[in-house]
Design a protein around this ligand. Sequence first.
Ligand code: GLA
Length: 733
Amino acid sequence: MSIHYHDSTRLLTLRTASSSYQLQIDELGFLRHLYYGRDTGTADLRYLHRFYDLGFSGNHYEHRMERAPSPDTIPQEYASSGAGDYRVPAVVAVGPSGHRGTDWRYVSHEIRPGKYTLAGLPTSFDNGGECETLTLTLRDDASGLTLLLHYGVFAALDIITRAAELRNDGDTPVTLEKAASVCLDLPFGEWDLMHFHGRHCFERQPERLPLPHGVVSVGSERGMSSHQHNPFVILCGRETTEDAGDCYGLMLVYSGSFRCDAERSQTGSVRAVLGVSPLDFSWTLQPGETFTAPEALLAFAEGFTQLSHRFHRFLRRNICRGKFALSRRPVLVNSWEAAYFDLDADRLVSLAKEAKDVGAELFVLDDGWFRGRTDDNAGLGDWFENREKLPRGLGDLVERITALGVQFGIWIEPEMVNENSDLYRAHPDWALAVPGRAPIMARNQLVLDMSRADVRDYLFNVFSALLREHDISYVKWDMNRSLSDVYSHALPAARQGEVLHRYVLGVYDLLERLTSAFPDVLFEGCAGGGGRFDAGILCYCPQIWLSDDTDPIERLKIQRGTSFGYPMSAMGAHVSASPNHQTGRTTPMETRAVVAMAGAFGYELDLTKLPQAEKDAIRAQIARFRADEDTTLCGLYYRLTDERNTWFTAWQTVSEDQKRSIVSLVVQNVEPYKSAPHLRLKGLDPDAVYEIEEEHIAASGAALMHAGYTFPKMLGDYPAAQLHLKKKEGESA
Ligand code: GLA
């Protein structure tokens, strides 16, 4: 039992292995948040909250002369605007008379085994008796809205999920102008916000700032979770480090525009609200209709490392679905940086032959293979083979490549269309565009209106025919521009505020249909690299192309930042050419491999042009990746350096049974006459003896973790080192 209800106090306590979360239904039926943090059992924590009149604070009507408990200071679970709480609201609703705000009062609650699901949205799932659900029903009489708050408690995994549904049980329409997924109040303490900003080719860079009074807001208005911000944030104590200190992770299972507001209020309390972005959003609920806000995942941990471990484990086991979620995935060779648009069948077959020869298992034909696609100005939408480039057809190419003994994969960008395409000429109204205004172009392409069922049906038919007719084992699903001119020709004026969210629901619908119809195909997500790297996409694609920047030195920062929330197995990572195509930087092949091996591994360079020695090195790297991947991708991940270390970056993975560990280090700036790089390792069994294979040195886990390890001096351009540690059975320190 992880959810406890106490009848006389009306306290609800959600317990995971190391955290507890407590709510109270007060005497007015008002829902109060009491606590989330380190496990306190089912202790009654009402004593924590003392309220004072802050000088004419608003208070509930029923309280009359009692001025102390105010909706403006009571920690809440799903705060509304317009009802005496002046902090950032989770919901803004416009009632039948045009009034704003809701006053939620308790109706009932239900505790049941298993995990709730949400109509039309991807959610985490119960992997077998590991989740309990609490659903609270609240009502606002003036608007007729019913609020369902769902909590999924994954006790052993230390994750609590939240979701909200708003149902119009009245007899007149109600409009939502904001409907977030989670509102988390931290009544006491000083908190920093850590969020992950970036840009194309430089995604998810951690930034930590002490929360000032007022609201700090991060989010995306781009229709995609975006390169610029990520729907994952951390609230942490001022002193929190990798290894100690309170921290909370909040992650949205959503791939569209989102907003996270973190507010430090007048009293010093902190509130974080995370959900669908309210900008350009409005949703009218007719009587009987429900709006479902996406799911949010919450974890409390002590130290960032523990927080990352919780999210990594949960995303791998309870978000990623299908046969590839936990299994080994093929090592691939991708044609993009090898050939770009300059494709012809013989060239591709030669590349695939080399791929086979070095031991790769999958050859991916990237952009450029379809009708009219000579460069990135035309062709999107016409998902039929390009006969100029492939005179004997796609089928012939697939057969020639699979006959070599490598699987075949293909690139698609379903959500987009070029004006110069037969699809656009036939259906100009399928693209998002505002009537009477020339649309903003990006990469010379327009966005298809994924809110439309006819568009999705068309795409489903085209891509299912492609996957049925050819022996295709892998699909790279790209999405290369932000949304603008968000207007759907299929919806009336009053409902245009729904389009941004309906677009995302449409993407999920198509992903759901295609991934269910082709369960043996591995889908990799992509959006101009890492522009849609989120838990929503991970529900369908167990790996996502991390970034269009393949320079290993840049990737160090991107992988490190991404690792705070997301597992390494989710990060598509390839060895590319040197000098690198994005930065012009020259790096050793070994360094490129050490960095890429930390993720879902592959190559993206013209293997036909490499000297034999480099091809031999690649063959050995693929074998090494295979030998190591159970530790590197499934083990516990430790960041060993922080961004203040400009000399080198290091990380470590340890198998869950602590028998194997791999340490990787890359020197970014050689600093001569400094001592050699030294590190304290983490996560080892202190009492065990480990052999370091590269050095034939044996040392105890305690020695390696407390005294550390000194690497040999590393000079030159961007050298890398890797250590393989193996526990010596039968020996103890
Ligand atoms: C995006 C992707 C790249 C490649 C190109 C093709 O930028 O991130 O990997 O597929 O599109 O146009």
